[in-house]
Design a protein around this ligand. Sequence first.
Ligand SMILES: O=P(O)(O)O[C@@H]1C[C@H](O)[C@@H](CO)O1
Length: 349
Amino acid sequence: MTGYSSKTDVATANGKQNGSGNQTGENGTKPTEFTPQGNHASENNIQCSLTSDEFRAVNLMRQDMYPYEVIQEIADFIVKGSGIRPKIGIICGSGLGSLADIIQNPKVFDYEKIPNFPVSTVEGHAGRLVVGTLEGANVMAMQGRFHFYEGYPLAKCSMPVRVMKLCGVEYLFATNAAGGINPKYAVGDIMLMHDHVNMLGFAGNSPLQGPNDPRFGPRFPALVNSYNKDLINKAIEISKTMGIESSVHVGVYSCLGGPTYETIAELKALRMMGVDAVGMSTVHEVITARHCDMKVFAFSLITNKCATEYSDKKDDEASHDEVMAVAKNRQKTCCELVSRLVAEIQKTA
Ligand SMILES: O=P(O)(O)O[C@@H]1C[C@H](O)[C@@H](CO)O1
């Protein structure tokens, strides 16, 4: 979806561009001259030619303030609807939706049916919330996450983490597909995240921007020790028992805004900064989870190798098809790692 603009460049709700401001939309509705209050269009006396429905659609997508009470309502809807108070929340990365398929006695909520919930727009993100049990533990999993490049503000991308918190979740498992920058990483390896570089944060964007509600957490949360060391160590032990320790690493992830994959110069810069894997998600979810004091475990499945030198090889180009194919190939291993770690948590509970 594009933002609204002047009359010569009208954005429509389905993302198509019309040539002039005063035509009839595809659904036969004639755009009304709609001047939203308090935005730059009205301040500069530029008329906005969206229909009121279109304006509402844009506004809904851009909405980033979710008051505590709204989050509470969503959480109540899920807890009542499932009859379960989950302890562990799982976010499935691109192509890793099968992490939710292993949940037993699942109660499934399509995102469209959850009040005030965004919808998934990316291939490999089904758009369902699955609540049930795994290894005897109550869990909820997002089969589909929200990304900044989809047009959602960061606070909206990570709003479901707060929903998890108010459902009772204490542990967040965030997973993602990522490009491997560390030359030692191979496609199909797993990187346990022990830190991140928040590139969107460098640019002044945070899911915690705006008024702080202390019922969630402090105004200025610390982020050192964000990634729970006990869980990382447990995962390393599990990888040994699975016989995959040589393809499991501990490293630093960085999130860029996407949807473009990175240039060689960007990848070189990230490597110099100590980044091992790069993606387009997770960091804002981790920030939101740490803000409300959840324990975080996160890993990247390395779905492609990132070139940090110039060459003519077509192989160097990342593609979402490749990302999805590798994730599909490695889903069994990822599921086993997650199940075993959940079992460990459940054992010590
Ligand atoms: O949701 P994740 O971070 O796993 O997905 C990655 C980043 C983009 O959404 C997509 C690019 O292929 O995969």
